[in-house]
Design a protein around this ligand. Sequence first.
Ligand code: SF4
Ligand code: MSK
Length: 665
Amino acid sequence: MAISRNGCESCTEITCTSTKSVLSQDLAKNVITAYDRVRMRGMSACLFGSTGTCCRNCNMGPCQIIDGVDEMIGICGATADTVVARNFARTIAGGSAAHTDHAREMVKGFIATAKGETPHEIKDVNKLMMLAEVFGVATEGRDKNDIALEIGQLALADFGKQDDKPVTMLKRAPKKRQELWKRLGVEPRGIDREVVEIMHRTHMGVDQEYHNIMLQGARCALGDGWGSSMLSTELTDIMFGTPVPRRAIVDLGVLKPDEVNVTVHGHEPLLAEALCLAAQDEEMLALARKVGAKGINLAGVCCTGNEILMRRGIPVAAGFVQQEMALATGAIEAMVVDVQCIMQSVAEVAKSFHTDVITTNYRAKMPGAVHIQFNEEDPMGSAKEILRKAIGNFKKRGDFYIPQESKLDVVVGFSHETINYMLGGRFRASYRPLNDNIINGRIRGVAAIVGCDNYKYADNNHEIIARELIKNDVLVLATGCAATALGRVGLVRPEAAEFAGPGLREVCETVGMPPILHCGSCVDNSRLLIAATEMVREGGLGDDISDLPMAGTAPLWMSEKAVAIGQYFVSSGAYVIFQNLPLTGSKNFHKFMTGGMDEMYGGRWDIEEDPLKLAQKMIARIDLKRKELGIDKKRERVLFDMEMRRDLGTGAPLKDIGCHGPTPA
Ligand code: SF4
Ligand code: MSK
């Protein structure tokens, strides 16, 4: 594919300084990126696909349906309502399957760690004990590895469970929510089973009633959020340490001119953690020195990046839309990939440079890449083999360009435990101060900005939304590539408090926290479920998640996982708004998802393409919830009195949490 182009001037979608800077170099003139492909295709996305009305679930079709036109229903008679609902449910199943397969690997890694078969260890004993209680595992007088092994085995059983009892972690939700799920019949049973049941029910000639289809859609998504994703996050924390706040840097400028640059891209932290250990190994460092490099520089891409950023402070080079640009620097010796969000084009881009794209998971191979299978029984062996390959490429590096203009620092590591300690104090971890500040109006509410980047919209949409939210005193929790994008523009650091409204700013400055808290990777959205549950448990903000002044968005969503995440938040009682969704092809289904869901779950979907209006709709929802709680009048009193300042002052200052935080070593 040798199409040359004249830099990226015509890419009005790109606002990111480092991206523009890399693409304008001579070095990158033959690199074709997704931005180029969007232009080269010269056609807009298929209307049927975009609105959810294309069905190819059987070989009488494919059928394109037009709502309200009798001649344009499916050959089998399927209406727009049925087809759109089936497609939406299948998207949820796709996203949930991705999280679930990832989580299964983490559980297996956890079991292997408990057996002493990996270089990792059980680090967060407090969290281990908490999970032991959830799983009903006895702890008295037992070794931590024994306890971990039993928890791991019970967790693994939750994936393939065949009885009709709910998955174990569901009991962590607020009581009222659990009762609602039971009443509606949407409690997830086996995690895998719910994905299979969606695929069955959406097969030709099975479930043809959109409300009923979405009951299973909700059940599957809940199995993801409160099942697989939550298991993955918690067990990863126990093995690799629950994140605590730390400073790090993001953007393409984190690559180093004089070191072997290795980027880790994908989602599963098992390999990335092994690479982190191997990159410090004297044998590997000696090899690097031998080829003239000063060291080995690991950097993240996408959510693997977020995992090691949160736990180790390893810098993130790029989010999803920058994966090709990272290679276009010509400075990367190896891009190591595992699963999810890896564009096939990276192998093509790598051909213009000395870079090897190394696939490591048997599930995810690609033409043009080198495959080195990650061996779970010998993670260090695999990691060293990969690093040897990368080191071998260093001398082949030709011209390269590493942008320096926008290398920004971020403060990351906001697990829900950190929020607890940071606002509540080192000795009395509690969500009380957060709830109090919401009740007194300094903090108007909480918003989640999560999910991907997407070439469909300008790359500054996350920023527009986030600035509007914090300006209006809304505390933002961010995950995934959205968090990376916000980090790139300097909003994920305490200094960004200056862009917040007076109430939020005062809280942030008193505690020393950013107005946007980086809470991890896309699988870590389960942390936000727990944070919301803790806010309910703390009291004063209603008795269910649906009562909280809270809203969520994945504006630039790309992956099916984002839809699964959105649905588990909606089914948990949250208002979730995206810039577009493939559900507008059916009036009835659209109405149900954006209205009827609210009546069932107290949470609903919404769609708004304009990023500023999207943020304003989130604020309107937060205000509605404040009104329902009767705390809307109190927003006038935004200044801290001395007593409140002292109260917050008992929270652990940010700098201290890193040293004495919630995670015992
Ligand atoms: Fe067409 Fe019905 Fe077959 Fe879908 S299931 S492709 S609507 S005939
Ligand atoms: S990596 S799922 S682009 S957040 Fe999790 Fe980023 Fe979205 Fe992939």
